[in-house]
Design a protein around this ligand. Structure first.
Ligand SMILES: Nc1ncnc2c1ncn2[C@@H]1O[C@H](COP(=O)(O)OP(=O)(O)OP(=O)(O)O)[C@@H](O)[C@H]1O
Ligand SMILES: [Mg+2]
Length: 258
């Protein structure tokens, strides 16, 4: 019998639950994200997708359940600690970062810098400088990949909406993330850029980056997701490949509000 190699799970969510007042935003959700895949999280408005991503990344405290990243329990840890463990959320560029250049944005990306550790005084200046050189090299590589290198000295605030999206993704990658969480990265983006982003996500996945992606456009989901988890009313309704899910009765009725 042939041995089929199956990527192992890098992110595991077990029996997650969260209520806001009387609303069960997350109601006993379990799923895994396999390493090196793009896993889609879909479902109608109010299904609980953002709540799940917020819970996984530490921005919402859960009432119940466990979140494991690469075998470590990260449930309800502070967002910066979760990020330091390699689970990175791509965010809109915050206001203060708009006043930094594109390259500066990359260099202050949320990674663990030797130079910022409490042991700073004990670490040789040389080690800090070597680390900075490595970060600079990585920043230049990512900016080139995303065609942002010519804009390296431009203020982030002056970039177009699309260029900002690319910078957000590039910044997330500076942390060498184990998993990147994207909550509707294509929302409000023109079709050309949406295609470009799609291409980048697929390419990065082929390079070994793992994504959990919330996306409303099911054609995009079908094009780039290896596996899809469907949420409805805070619970997992179905999972599988998008082309199969499209034919699934429950999924169809959830989307049509039936
Ligand atoms: N901070 C909050 N306070 C109160 N209720 C909330 C909060 N966050 C989410 N909810 C509620 O939890 C439910 C799930 O919301 P959530 O934003 O997770 O859904 P979603 O699937 O991301 O929806 P959308 O597709 O519209 O982004 C909704 O009923 C929402 O009103
Ligand atoms: Mg949402």
């Amino acid at each position: 019998m042939a041995i089929v190699s199956f990527p192992s799970s890098i992110l595991k969510v077990t029996n997650l639950a969260k209520s806001f007042g009387g609303v069960k935003a997350i109601n006993d959700v379990s799923f895994i994200v396999r390493e090196g895949t793009v896993t889609g999280l879909i479902g109608p408005n109010g299904a609980g997708k953002s709540s799940v991503v917020n819970a996984i990344s530490g921005f919402t405290r859960v009432d119940r359940g466990v979140v494991e990243l690469a075998g470590h329990d990260i449930t309800n840890q502070a967002p910066h600690r979760i990020a330091a463990r390699g689970l990175i959320r791509s965010f809109q560029i915050a206001r203060e970062l708009q006043k930094l250049t594109v390259l500066e944005n990359m260099m202050v990306a949320p990674f663990q810098q030797l130079g910022e550790s409490p042991w700073r005084a004990l670490i040789s200046r040389r080690a800090v400088m070597r680390e900075e050189r490595e970060h600079l090299a990585a920043a230049v590589d990512w900016l080139q990949m995303f065609n942002l290198f010519p804009l390296r000295d431009e203020y982030a605030g002056n970039l177009s909406g699309g260029q900002k999206k690319l910078l957000e993704l590039a910044r997330a990658l500076m942390a060498k993330p184990k998993v990147v969480l994207l909550d509707e990265p294509m929302a409000g983006v023109n079709p050309t850029l949406a295609k470009t982003l799609q291409g980048y996500i697929s390419r990065l996945r082929d390079q070994g980056v793992t994504f959990l992606l919330i996306e409303h456009n099911l054609s995009v989901v079908e094009a780039i997701c290896d596996h899809v988890v469907v949420l409805a009313e805070g619970a997992v309704l179905a999972e599988g490949q998008m082309n199969e899910l499209r034919e699934t009765e429950e999924v169809i009725s959830a989307y049509l509000g039936g």
